[in-house]
Design a protein around this ligand. Structure first.
Ligand SMILES: NC(=O)c1ccc[n+]([C@@H]2O[C@H](COP(=O)([O-])OP(=O)(O)OC[C@H]3O[C@@H](n4cnc5c(N)ncnc54)[C@H](OP(=O)(O)O)[C@@H]3O)[C@@H](O)[C@H]2O)c1
Length: 267
């Protein structure tokens, strides 16, 4: 497993983590991820999976790096503090490694939300502050309203089929030491499913790269994501054997020619 620094924190995270939206795999896949050094586990108050993550963390809390989220409809000062307390309870822990704002709410002044996030860090309940689904303007406003801490990550949709962040969010985050946590990196399984008439030509290039490298489609798709500086991918799987497969997307690199072929096929 290769690692990437979280923001400028000095904390090294595996470049493949485990997502838990619609996760129903119990403890085993999480422990499998942990055994392969993929200790970054992503959850959220709205996923209903914090209890499962907390169960897996029991007796080994410090080995996991738990990222959870406050929902975008709980962004008032008191609501953020309350949501964090409830997440801590469900996770069965006294600290959250990375606390993320799930999505921005234009109806709540960002300054109010970030004040609550900074309070949580000051109280030791949160180690690092992250956001999710933030564009450059949201990131600039959020960081400008903070007085003591930095935004260290932005969790956004990024896969071969969804490259919108390449417009400006990716470069902004790279320049500002904000780690990208790429969600739906397998496009919810679409990249590894039977091709549709629309994506058949592009998927055939993915298949060719899998043949050339001796890797699976999922491994090539994930490797393409993490070949970008500053990008960590958080695929979800309920199955320990797929967690093993996905973790093996790290530790090697597609060649510049292979990356270029994929970039052109999935433009
Ligand atoms: N911040 C946000 O707004 C946001 C939004 C969406 C997702 N997320 C986060 O990102 C995580 C990942 O995204 P996602 O769950 O949307 O989609 P994903 O990781 O792109 O795809 C998950 C799907 O792919 C299948 N899969 C996983 N590994 C596979 C493999 N090696 N071969 C074949 N199929 C495989 C899974 O099935 P099995 O489980 O049956 O293996 C599941 O159906 C989420 O769990 C969540 O933590 C965040």
């Amino acid at each position: 497993m290769e690692y990437k620094e979280l923001g400028k924190t000095g904390v090294k995270l595996p470049e493949i983590g485990l997502g838990t939206w619609q996760y129903n795999g119990g403890t085993e896949p999480i422990l499998k991820a942990l055994s392969l050094d993929a200790r970054l586990i992503d959850t959220a108050e709205m996923y209903g999976t914090e209890g499962m993550v907390g169960g897996a963390a029991k007796g080994r809390r410090e080995r996991l790096f738990i990222a959870t989220k406050v929902s975008g409809n709980h962004l008032r000062y008191d609501e953020v503090l309350r949501a964090a307390e409830e997440s801590l309870k469900r996770l069965g822990t006294d600290y959250i490694d990375l606390y993320q704002i799930h999505w921005p709410d234009p109806a709540v002044p960002i300054k109010e939300t970030m004040r609550a996030m900074e309070t949580l860090v000051d109280e030791g309940k949160v180690k690092f502050i992250g956001v999710s689904n933030f564009y450059v303007k949201n990131l600039e406003e959020a960081q400008a309203s903070m007085t003591r801490h930095k935004i260290v990550s932005n969790q956004v949709k990024y896969s071969l089929l969804q490259r919108g962040i390449e417009e400006d969010t990716l470069s902004y985050c790279q320049e500002n030491h904000i780690t990208i946590l790429a969600y739906s990196p397998l496009e919810k399984g679409l990249l590894v499913a039977r091709p549709t008439p629309r994506n058949k030509a592009a998927i055939s290039v993915l298949q060719k790269m899998a043949l050339e490298t001796g890797k699976t489609l999922a491994q090539v798709a994930l490797n393409w994501c993490i070949s970008r500086p500053n990008v960590i991918a958080i695929p979800k799987s309920d199955r320990a054997e797929r967690v093993t497969e996905n973790c093996a997307a790290s530790g090697w690199r597609l060649s510049p020619r292979q990356l270029d072929a994929l970039n052109r096929a999935f433009r």
